[in-house]
Ligand binder design. Structure first.
Ligand SMILES: [Zn+2]
Ligand SMILES: [Zn+2]
Length: 412
């Protein structure tokens, strides 16, 4: 989104469709902004930001604009962008986020804590509020001439083991731009979900089999470790892939998680895989392997799954949303995955899917909207069906709501 006031232009989140071959979004080459704001370090919010720092971005000053975010978002973003470039190189499309782009970006990152107002260019101010989604995730409240626009970013209102839940800014807002990933349904009770997950882990281990838990690196890996610890799963637990680096980054931001002691206790009990040779030994005994990628699109998780499938041994427990077109999704829908060099592979071993979502469910979204009582609502960040049905439900409640399309402009 680009917010504009009296000629000052702010880009809010500059993301990319991660499963669309990691390409820059259309139209980015024509964007000219004075600064960027990034709500959190997920590639669908930060993935295209390096474009602003390429020499060929070409417009005066664009290679040096400030990007504002919370402190944890900086190291997490740089780590994810570096990894995205590795994926791009594998797909023979390098140049997404080169070392030079990232070094220019890192020199222009500007960290702001939650609930500290920042005056920008004299006529605009903005302030971050905890979004409860991942460490450092923020809602952005932009103000000018006493008008308030709130951009939710990705949002979770109910507490999880990692976060207390979003802090909703006080008072009414004029315009609300809100994510609506889960506008169509409510999430299962988290405690019950955790219990069922741990029971499944325990019974698999008791049968002498390994458990593979594909998990996103930022947040979910550490949440799974805490769930296993709280559920008294005493088997050896291994972390493989980017989860090791994200766990190390979190050590620098203890105030950005809900219970740092519980987190560090759980992380300390896990073994981190730093040598690929160690992987071969793991599947010989009952153990839990928490590995990236969370949607099984590459990374060590896909390697473990392939080997477990060949050995007809173990169980896979998915822990997050599985985007259409990913291996996680085709596993759930068709029991198939795509492995480079092998093509389509049928998965014979058992699997289960647990919806440990970091997004607000339907009832959370409505309570959020009701607290803010906005004059105008823009529903974004859901598939077409969830955006349009959310807008319809909001209108039925008396709100003025719209699901904007790419390129739409609105005055608020
Ligand atoms: Zn996110
Ligand atoms: Zn997102």
């Amino acid at each position: 989104m680009v917010a504009e006031h009296e000629g000052t232009r702010l880009a809010v989140d500059v993301g990319m469709k991660i499963h669309d071959h990691n390409e820059y979004p259309q139209g980015i080459a024509n964007l000219k902004v004075d600064a960027a704001i990034v709500t959190h370090a997920h590639l669908d919010h930060v993935g295209a930001l390096p474009y602003f720092y390429k020499p060929h971005a070409g417009k005066p000053g664009m290679g040096h604009i400030a990007t504002f975010c919370t402190p944890p978002t900086i190291p997490f973003s740089l780590l994810l962008l570096e990894d995205a470039e590795k994926v791009a190189i594998k797909r023979r499309k390098p140049g997404l986020a080169t070392k030079k782009d990232l070094s220019r970006l890192s020199r222009n990152f500007f960290a702001l804590p939650y609930e500290k107002r920042y005056d920008f260019a004299g006529n605009l101010s903005f302030e971050f509020y905890d979004a409860g989604h991942i460490a450092g995730a923020a809602q952005v409240l932009i103000e000018h001439d006493r008008k308030k626009l709130l951009y939710s970013g990705d949002l979770k209102l109910l507490p999880t083991r990692m976060h207390e839940g979003a802090v909703v800014p006080r008072g009414q807002v004029d315009a609300l731009v809100v994510e609506c990933c889960y506008a169509m349904r409510d999430q299962p009770d988290r405690r019950l979900l955790e219990r069922n997950f741990c029971e499944n882990v325990r019974s698999t281990l008791e049968a002498g089999e390994p458990v593979l838990v594909p998990s996103f690196a930022v947040g979910r890996t550490q949440e799974v470790l805490q769930i296993l610890d709280a559920g008294h799963i005493n088997a050896e637990t291994y972390v493989d892939g980017m989860g090791a680096k994200t766990s190390a980054i979190l050590r620098d931001f203890p105030t950005y998680v809900r219970n740092y002691t519980a987190l560090s206790n759980a992380v300390r009990k896990a073994h981190f895989i730093d040598d690929p040779q160690q992987r071969k030994k793991l599947l010989k005994k009952p153990c839990v392997i928490v590995a990236t990628a969370g949607m099984l699109d590459g990374g060590p998780a896909l390697g473990y799954l392939t080997r477990m499938n060949n050995m007809n041994k173990g169980k896979v427990l998915l822990t997050g949303y599985q985007v259409e077109g990913t291996n996680g999704r085709t596993l759930i829908e068709h029991r198939r995955i795509n492995v480079e060099g092998q093509g389509e592979v049928k998965v014979r071993i058992p699997f289960a899917w647990y919806s440990f979502s970091a997004h607000a469910s339907r009832s959370e979204l409505f309570s959020y909207v009701d607290k803010l009582s906005p004059e105008k609502i823009f529903a974004i960040h859901g598939d077409e069906q969830s955006c349009t049905s959310f807008v319809r439900d909001l209108k039925a409640r008396g709100y003025d709501a719209v699901a904007p399309r790419v390129g739409d402009r609105f005055d608020v």
